[in-house]
Write a protein that binds this ligand. Structure first.
Ligand code: NAP
Length: 291
């Protein structure tokens, strides 16, 4: 039987509705949450992304402040702006739009964001808090994978979970979240021996490798929950013989869906949930600040 499709767009819509209600409660009792975005230079993609973020915030009633820096801003300029936002009681969340100026150290800048305002959950401190099991804003993509696992209905406690990928922003935090929810977790990477064999032990299989269609049918345990985090732009020849760009995951979706119990599509799986969770993190941060 073909797998159930875990619809990320639908889940994202549900998360947005719940987030909007929390925003309304905050606005009625105290003030609307506020997200501040730091944008350096005028990279077309980053400007478009910031505009789309502003629109999404407005739809939910979240205040949005765009802080612009010149494209040649120094590390000191960037850190000074982050420091100002860290101290500003009106700001609940801070996001650093990529790309940052080449003159800046992106990792150091991310580390400078106060953990309780790090709505991307991207700083070393946020990952450390997660590792220690302390309250923290969780990295949005890892959290999205977790929300989709919950939506599958699988009993996580005691389940064998395999994560392919160990990056600080995706694979590692997903493994930690699963471990904290009492799964037995195996994390795989480029040095893992017999990757298909290890992957096949997973009742839950999360793939975050950044390799188009790495995971084929022989990686999948029958009935497994498969979460495909991968987002890869590839050029492929269509039925009409023309080459076209498309987005594919790290999982061979058509093959995997014949074996898995449930599976996320790409696009339309983890991606939309990640976007919705960034705004939920802003509200989460605001509730803690105001509360
Ligand atoms: P990354 O930093 O490049 O990390 C990739 C990880 O996968 C590494 O740990 C690497 O192992 C492992 N890996 C790569 N090829 C492998 C292979 N052939 N076999 C086993 N392990 C392999 O990537 P990332 O930032 O975590 O992103 C992963 C994917 O998620 C990308 O496609 C990215 O576009 C996507 N992504 C999606 C979202 C979203 O919202 N949907 C957000 C962020 C990222 P080593 O450590 O040994 O090198």
């Amino acid at each position: 039987m073909a797998a159930t499709i875990l619809d990320g767009k639908q889940l994202a819509e549900q998360i947005r509705r719940q987030t909007a209600q929390r925003v309304q409660r905050l606005a009625a009792t105290a003030r609307a949450p506020m997200l501040a975005a730091v944008l350096a230079g005028d990279d077309g993609g980053a400007v478009l992304y910031a505009e789309s973020q502003a629109k999404k915030c407005a739809e939910l009633g979240i205040a949005y402040r765009l802080e612009r820096l010149p494209g040649d801003a120094s590390q000191a300029d960037l850190l000074s702006l982050i420091d100002r936002l860290n101290r500003d009681d009106a700001v609940d969340g801070v996001i650093l739009q990529q790309p940052l100026p080449k003159t800046c150290d992106a990792a150091a800048a991310q580390s400078a964001v106060r953990p309780d305002k790090d709505v991307e959950g991207a700083s070393p401190m946020s990952l450390g808090l997660l590792a220690y099991g302390r309250p923290a804003l969780l990295p949005c993509t890892a959290l999205a994978a977790w929300e989709l696992i919950k939506a599958s209905g699988i009993k996580v406690e005691g389940a064998n979970a395999v994560v392919i990928g160990r990056s600080q922003i995706v694979g590692r935090p997903i493994g930690l979240i699963l471990m904290q929810n009492h799964a037995t977790v195996t994390t795989c990477h480029t040095r893992t021996r017999d990757l298909p064999g290890v992957a096949r032990t997973g009742e839950i299989l999360v793939v975050a490798a950044g390799r188009p269609r790495l995971v084929t049918a022989d990686y999948i345990r029958p009935g497994a929950v498969v979460i495909d985090v991968g987002t890869n732009r590839v050029t492929e020849t269509g039925a009409d013989g023309k080459a076209a760009k498309k987005t594919v995951g790290d999982v061979d979706f058509e093959a995997a869906r014949q074996i898995a119990g449930s599976i996320t599509p790409v696009p339309g799986g983890v991606g939309p949930v990640t976007v919705a969770l960034l705004l939920r993190n802003v509200v989460e941060a605001a509730e803690r600040h105001i509360g």
